[in-house]
Design a protein around this ligand. Structure first.
Ligand code: SF4
Ligand code: SF4
Length: 435
């Protein structure tokens, strides 16, 4: 877990880089800029200079660390095993703590979102409900036509159309607290489902598909109500203490000793959820956090590791599909092949590889909001690559990537639908029933 400042960080972490440059061609911000200072090697040198006291932890450091996507592509490429994630989170925490990351307005919005909304599931639900009323009542259309959000500032005006569409009902309205496999399917064990924060409001249908797939494969599913945010948003945005508060709330909701696994279906959350022990290295939560880490599994890795039933093929046309890797699923968790294995097992799909499949789409948590220019460049590169595949479907396994790709494909008027592997698997099982 990130320390409060780079000077407090174990110096071994800062020393790991041997300056070979192998990470440079995989770093999105280096690819778009070709500037050393926007590369992992340049950023590590900057952070080490701060730790050595040769450079101030001021606005220059803040600007550079806010420009970094935190996509962790550099850690996959690095032969020296550099722990870039820890350095990145520490540097962001330091620039937030010393207020060099932005002005009072940014600090207010950050306090409101991270501290007053995302730590409280009931408040987040209320915001989701208000947003749903706004989106479904026709009010959103009028507000956009009259350009009202721009009266409150350019950022808000650009941001408003990017708000995720709230589903009805939310996840808790679609999934019972305990569900058991249908008659005829032998029970193999019981898992817990992490329903997520934005996931539970805007992608409740993906959670429903996840439960359907688990039931069809013999797993009982426990889904505690009103789960809090996992804290990844807080950790990646320089708020380690708030990340601990979020983790503590989730640890209280699940009992890992009664579950075979705790399932996450959001790549960005999973990579943080698997490392709660680093948040609580000592104290009363150290042992529960270690037990938790051992049980958290991404849905795709769990299905492939435990064996999932391949849907029965039916006659019909073949659809071309491609797959975009969420950074924190591939680089953060090392889960690369399981989603592809699931897609290949679904009758009627032809999987075509996406060039640069593991290059960030520019979503990166709230990066698309904070760094819209760079985010848009990466999005256009990604949707261009999707166009090269001639696929009519693109699958991904993270809500942020899903929203970003859908937005980019709309901008291009591309007839490509965005979906998720687990949704397609659930639909294939459903087609068996209707055969
Ligand atoms: S996390 Fe991503 S954007 Fe940041 S330095 Fe590494 S590869 Fe580049
Ligand atoms: S690949 Fe690793 S060791 Fe080489 S420059 Fe990048 S971070 Fe440093």
């Amino acid at each position: 877990m990130a320390k409060a400042s780079l000077r407090d960080l174990d110096y071994k972490v800062l020393q790991q880089c041997m300056h070979c440059g192998m990470c440079l061609p995989t770093c999105p911000t280096y690819i778009t800029s070709k500037l050393e200072r926007h590369s992992p090697r340049g950023r590590i040198a900057l952070m080490r200079a701060v730790a050595d006291g040769r450079f101030e932890a001021g606005t220059e450091l803040a600007r550079e660390m806010n420009h970094c996507l935190g996509c962790l592509a550099c850690t996959t490429a690095c032969p020296a095993g550099v722990d870039y994630g820890t350095m990145f989170e520490t540097a962001r925490a330091e620039t937030e703590a010393n207020h060099t990351s932005g002005g009072p307005m940014r600090r207010f919005y950050r306090w409101l979102v991270l501290e007053q909304i995302f730590l409280f599931p009931a408040r987040l639900r209320l915001v989701g409900w208000l947003l749903r009323v706004y989106q479904r009542s026709g009010l959103a259309g009028w507000v956009r036509r009259l350009k009202l959000p721009y009266l409150l500032g350019r950022d808000l005006g650009d941001l408003e159309p990017q708000a995720p569409v709230m589903e009805s009902p939310f996840s808790d309205g679609r999934i019972a607290p305990l569900e058991t496999p249908p008659p005829g399917v032998p029970v193999r064990g019981r898992v817990g489902l992490l329903s997520g924060c934005i996931q539970s409001l805007a992608f409740g249908s993906v959670n429903r598909s996840t439960v359907d797939v688990l039931l069809a494969n013999g797993w009982e599913v426990e889904t505690p109500r009103l789960q809090s945010c996992c804290g990844s948003l807080h950790a990646h945005n320089g708020a380690p203490e708030l990340a601990r508060r979020a983790a503590r709330a989730l640890l209280e909701r699940f009992d890992p000793s009664r579950l075979d696994a705790i399932i996450t279906n959001a790549g960005g959350c999973g990579s943080h959820l698997k490392h709660y022990a680093a948040l609580f290295p000592e104290g009363e939560l150290a042992a529960p956090a270690r037990a938790w880490d051992a049980k958290v599994k991404d849905i795709h890795e769990f299905l492939v590791a435990t064996g999932f039933r391949k849907p029965v093929a039916r006659a019909g046309e073949t659809v071309r599909i491609t797959y975009h890797e969420s950074c924190h699923l591939s680089h953060g968790q090392g889960v690369r092949q399981p989603p592809r294995e699931i897609l290949r097992a679904i009758p009627g799909l032809q999987l075509v590889e996406l060039p640069e499949a593991d290059l960030c789409c520019g979503s990166a948590g709230i990066y698309n909001i904070l760094q819209p220019g760079e985010s848009q460049r990466l999005l256009e590169r990604k949707t261009g690559r999707i166009g090269e595949t001639s696929a009519s479907l693109v699958a991904t396994a993270n809500p942020g990537c899903h929203l970003q790709l859908a937005r980019g494909l709309r901008q291009r008027d591309a007839a490509v639908h965005v979906t998720q592997p687990v949704v397609l698997l659930a639909e294939a099982y459903q087609r068996e029933q209707s055969a």
